[in-house]
Design a protein around this ligand. Structure first.
Ligand code: BTN
Length: 262
């Protein structure tokens, strides 16, 4: 499987969202690894109903169709981790910068967001038809939206790494990593590779579930099922599924923290 090549690539000068196009292609029977790339998205979407802005010429926006097997269905959350890990590895191959994942689906360079992942699944009745793994990367200058619209400080890959010079080559590297890790998604090595890159370990965080009460604790890690583990005030450990959770980093007392806001 490692040397598998992509069967089809769909390229859009402009589309609403490559994830939306991917969900349609799942229904139409497109095979695993079908790749959809957009120069510009008019309604690119992010996690929790957020917008994702794709600036033409400087960003990468693409989606890959995956067909999870029956034994992978309880671990659908791992598909977002897969996208984030593959982006981290593509950056690490070229850059000395500190590359991390902000659970569950953001890629950070030196603590700033540089890529986001949105995995969406399509069901036919009760049956999973497929998953579209959408990845947006701020690659070059001009890809980062104005800071007023941001919830978290953002950056672009080339600011940390001049060796990145072509969107095509970078995309090819992400795909190479995807071909390697996708068949290994249930291996312990996969979740370990994701965990190794987990940001904010040991930091106090606040989880903000929509419509429910916030939870505060110290971020301990991610367990084998992909849940986030926090140590609560009473020293008890509790784990949380990503679902609709937003995570906010609580700054050490007296220190301001970028632009993160609830
Ligand atoms: C996030 O940070 O919340 C996830 C952002 C995911 C953006 C990508 S860009 C390609 C694909 N198409 C979309 O509409 N969204 C994903």
């Amino acid at each position: 499987m490692d040397d598998l090549s992509i069967l089809s690539i769909y390229f859009y000068d402009e589309t609403d969202s490559t994830n939306e196009r991917g969900l349609e292609l799942i229904t139409a029977g497109a095979p695993e690894y079908t790749l959809l790339v957009a120069e510009r998205q008019t309604t690119g979407r992010g996690r929790l109903g957020r917008k994702w802005v794709t600036e033409s010429g400087s960003s990468l926006a693409f989606s890959v169709i995956l067909r999870p097997k029956a034994e992978e269905i309880p671990y659908l959350g791992f598909f977002s981790f897969l996208g984030a890990l593959c982006v981290c590895l593509a950056i690490e191959e070229k850059c000395a910068a500190k590359v991390e994942v902000k659970w569950p689906n953001d890629v950070l360079i030196d603590g700033k967001k540089t890529a986001g992942v949105l995995a969406e699944s399509s069901f036919q009745g009760e049956k999973l038809a497929g998953t579209v793994l959408g990845i947006g990367i701020n690659l070059f200058k001009g890809s980062v939206p104005p800071s007023s619209g941001l919830r978290f400080p953002a950056t672009y890959v080339q600011a940390h790494c001049s060796a990145i010079d072509s969107r095509e080559k970078f995309l090819a590297n992400v795909m190479k990593n995807l071909f390697y890790w996708r068949p290994r998604i249930l291996d312990k090595a996969f979740i370990d590779a994701y965990r190794q890159r987990l940001a904010f370990r040991g930091r106090k965080v606040m989880l903000l579930p929509s419509g429910r009460e916030e939870v505060k604790g110290v971020l301990k890690g991610v367990d084998d099922s992909g849940k986030l583990v926090l140590e609560m005030k009473n020293r008890e450990e509790k784990s949380f599924v990503a679902g609709d959770l937003r995570i906010r980093i609580i700054p050490p007392q007296g220190v301001g923290y970028g632009k993160e806001k609830p």
